[in-house]
Design a protein around this ligand. Structure first.
Ligand code: PMM
Length: 267
């Protein structure tokens, strides 16, 4: 899953893709590089970020979703707003990626239940502004897993089909580095629970701690690819990444290691 943030303030790609045409071109490029899904988002979720009004979010994402979907690209819409999700699905998005797992907008579950879409249910404890204060656990991996499955049950009660849900432990969301690593250490227990799992480690701050002082956000593509490989080895369904090229190489290595055949890249 390639990340396409159409925001002026996203922490990792700094608004480079804010212009609609540049965003569309980058979405196409992600697919050419090997992404199977393009995740389009119009609201930054970096720690401390302010909410974006729905009309502004819609203006950012809709033309991009529509154009990419019209080109046959599998698009997911990264939003916490059911109105944005609805407009994006009408425009051709096939997956709704809600970092709040349906908690931020009570209308999200019922909306998803009524449409032919997959739903990414991410572990979430609160909005970006409050997120760091909510990073308190005694057993992070287990609590994240339990809280995720409580969401699955609640969404099912709202009519969302279990087999349409994809679980994401939400690295960096109300989690410090130790919590992120604990979640990754126990990832196999989450993937073993029977639902597809998505992991978004790409360019996140906890990766900088593995690196030299002054490492740039882009330098984080190396540890991002390494974590993608580790997660793939634990059987995740997908990895959400900014740099598709390095991720493809990492995933090809895992495939070879697991004896799952050739995965040669086109040059
Ligand atoms: N992370 C971000 C945004 N959306 N969606 C899912 N499902 N999982 C994530 O980990 C996730 C997400 C924040 O990262 P970005 O600002 O680089 O997109």
């Amino acid at each position: 899953m390639g990340v396409l943030n159409v925001t002026p303030d996203s922490f990792s790609d700094g608004g480079r893709w804010a212009r609609t045409d540049a965003a569309i071109a980058h979405g196409v490029e992600l697919v050419e590089q090997g992404a199977e899904i393009v995740d389009v988002g119009g609201e930054s979720t970096r720690p401390g970020a302010e909410r974006v009004p729905v009309p502004a979010e819609l203006a950012r994402v809709l033309p991009v979703v529509r154009e990419l979907a019209d080109r046959g690209i599998r698009v997911s819409i990264d939003t916490m707003n059911s109105r944005t999700a609805e407009a994006a699905v009408d425009a051709g998005a096939q997956i709704v990626n809600d970092v709040s797992g349906g908690l931020a907008d009570p209308a999200m579950g019922p909306f998803v239940a009524g449409r032919d879409v997959d739903f990414v249910v991410m572990h979430w404890r609160g909005h970006s502004r409050a997120m760091n204060d909510l990073a308190r656990y005694t057993d992070a991996a287990r609590e994240v897993r339990d809280e995720l499955f409580r969401r699955v049950d609640a969404l099912q009660a709202q009519g969302v089909a279990r087999e349409r849900m994809i679980l994401d432990p939400g690295l960096g969301f109300a989690k410090n580095s130790d919590h992120n690593w604990d979640v990754l250490r126990h990832l196999g227990e989450l993937t073993a629970a029977g639902l597809p799992v998505l992991i978004g480690a790409s360019r996140k701050r906890f990766l900088a701690e593995l690196m030299w002082d002054g490492a740039t956000t882009q330098d984080r593509d190396l540890p991002s690819a390494i974590v993608a490989a580790l997660a793939a080895r634990d059987g995740v369904w997908g990895v959400r990444v900014h740099d598709v090229v390095s991720t493809r190489v990492a995933l090809a290595a895992v495939r070879s290691l697991l004896g799952q055949g050739e995965a040669r890249m086109e040059s």
